[in-house]
Design a protein around this ligand. Sequence first.
Ligand SMILES: *Cc1c(COP(=O)(O)O)cnc(C)c1O
Length: 496
Amino acid sequence: MNYQSTRDRSAKVSAARAIVQGISHEGGLFVPETLPVLTPEELEGLVGLSYNEKAKAVLSRFLTDFTPDEIAHCVDGAYNTRSFDTHDIAEISKVGERSYFLELWHGPTCAFKDMALQLLPYLMKVSMDKEAPGTEVVVLVATSGDTGKAALAGFADVPGTRMLVFYPENGVSGMQKLQMVTQEGENVSVCAIKGNFDDAQSGVKAIFTDPSIEAELRKNGQMFSSANSINWGRLVPQIVYYVAAYTALVEQEEIAFGDTVNVCVPTGNFGNILAAYYAKRMGVPIGRLICASNRNNVLTDFIRTGVYDRNRDFYTTTSPSMDILISSNLERLLFHLSGEDDGLIRRWFASLAETGRYAVSPDVQEKLQAEFWGGFCDDQAAAEAIHGQFDRYGYLCDPHTAVAVKVFEDYVRETGDDTRTIIASTASPYKFCGSVLPAVTREPVPEDPFAQMELLHRVSGMAPPASLAGLKGKPVRFTGSIEKGQMADKVKEMLR
Ligand SMILES: *Cc1c(COP(=O)(O)O)cnc(C)c1O
């Protein structure tokens, strides 16, 4: 099975090529040429298997140029109890009658990005050996907070790779920043920019397609790749956990095989919710996909009106990983919903680049609304949701997951839909003590992040993850910040 670009269907590559390259030359994103389907019998056959066996079954459908041994090597290297603090890899917590938190943050950096970024270095290594043996891969990352650390943790000291992470100087939580600037590893580097996540992401995309940098790379025997969710190798591991969660609910006798479940996802770059859409297209009985945004509600408006318009104020919120106005992965969805019309996608995304907006055709809007429901909430409503979950159920959730909780409540109130729902829980509350703690206690909190951690432990009884507690006293390796216009220079400096 080949992959094609959303902006040029004739640009076809293997899965390995899509993974090493990250993005197509004309700026489009790679998507599978045909979406693989699990028959009901095949899906039911996964019930009772381990996470890793489910992962192998799903990945083998998408990575058809990988051998079963290669897939097993990647999966077992990534998902194990050395890196994850639970045998289940992704845990499910039932809270209330009909909602299930899919906890995707039991990996080394305590956010769902680990689910993909623990696996990606393995996929990248196998892909490089197939497509460009002997070449050093230079991975550039733009992060709104969680991707950066997860990518660093995945790629640190991986032979044949180098990594540079850009993050918005004032756009990440104190703990997120500390996680990144203390990262060890000879081959990794971290750089703050004076700008927001969209600036970082646009800067990285421009560097990828800069011919002068490309020439320098070739001279050095290097090539660029991406660890952002524009890379197919980031998305495909995320499809796995929706398949795994559905079959796990059957195992736990919460649903009967064949029952429909809804999925609610706190959304930024549209990667996580798109993975749920792909799981649905593969045959998992998923009903509505509920897209939850924070105050940067460009996606809510888009789902409701069919007009994507990023010409609006950008807000810094307590859910920084969702502070995004350009949701890259929407391009993949629109490619599928438009009947794979690469010409239309080129037009819409040229319009986005030039004017900051595009309007989709009525038939695409109709299909979008048939699959997705969009809602949003502000920081105060998210804090209330954290308080409410803890008060009622003793369950602690982080501010991103809290946005999903609030939007899910709104969805149920508006539609009366009582379908059982998987809520993607995307980060450990301990990554965001500064906003979780006051939401729970409604009292002022100490300044020091480790004092916050201790207090949250005392109040909640939930133990802090060892990887976060262990940051205390670690030396800071990366300081200072650059103007967003200097990103290309920073990259050239690293290449030398
Ligand atoms: C990245 C992230 C999100 C948003 O996920 P997308 O795939 O970008 O939509 C939500 N919550 C947390 C904690 C994240 O790190």
